[in-house]
Unconditional design. Sequence first.
Length: 235
Amino acid sequence: MDTHLHHDHVESHLKSSEALTDIVIGMSDGLTVPFALAAGLSGAVSSSAIIVIAGIAEIAAGSIAMGLGGYLAGKTEQDHYKSEVKREYDEIENLRHKEIEETKEFFANIGLSEELQNRATEEIAQDKDRWVEFMMKYELGLEKPDPKRATKSALNIGLSYIAGGVIPLSPYFFIDDSTEALKISVIATLVCLFIFGYFKSKITGVNPILGALRVTLIGAMAAAAAFGVAKLFEG
């Protein structure tokens, strides 16, 4: 049985970064997808007004889709936890001897003597709810999810997508010629992608410069591909 000796520390760290993870997901797609769309349309039409309308529609649809994805992921986590809790209660009721053995095995793996294993197992088995919580945490490595996690995730991802998407689209609000607007959009978006990639990589422990360059390159390639395809079909 996996004892998860460092489980408390890891789970605490992950919980503190859940919102940050959502923001990274939303901003990453928010910066890249509308950027590629705007670049592609700039290769086909000269009017910035058309690109603004299409860009706003994409940001609205994209933020809803991304937010819904975050919500469903959060609900799936909650449903999984509930199903495992139900299974643990069933096992305690119907396979009590097996659960006692697994509990003793955990205490054995952390170095307790056989006497202490028996005493600790007997103590924890007196409270069914506490026993289930113990097994969920140390046998399965599952922490009880925040019941509001799904809603929070949807909002964090959706709003981050909007914030990211506004950046490549903003020059088109003020410059009528789409080609000129694209030049400003490319500069602004690539700078933001580099900054975003730098801090994302720093947080995740990746080399920040290499991570920033990788994120920037991906965004640039997506926009260049969209622009090239538009020009190809236009020709």
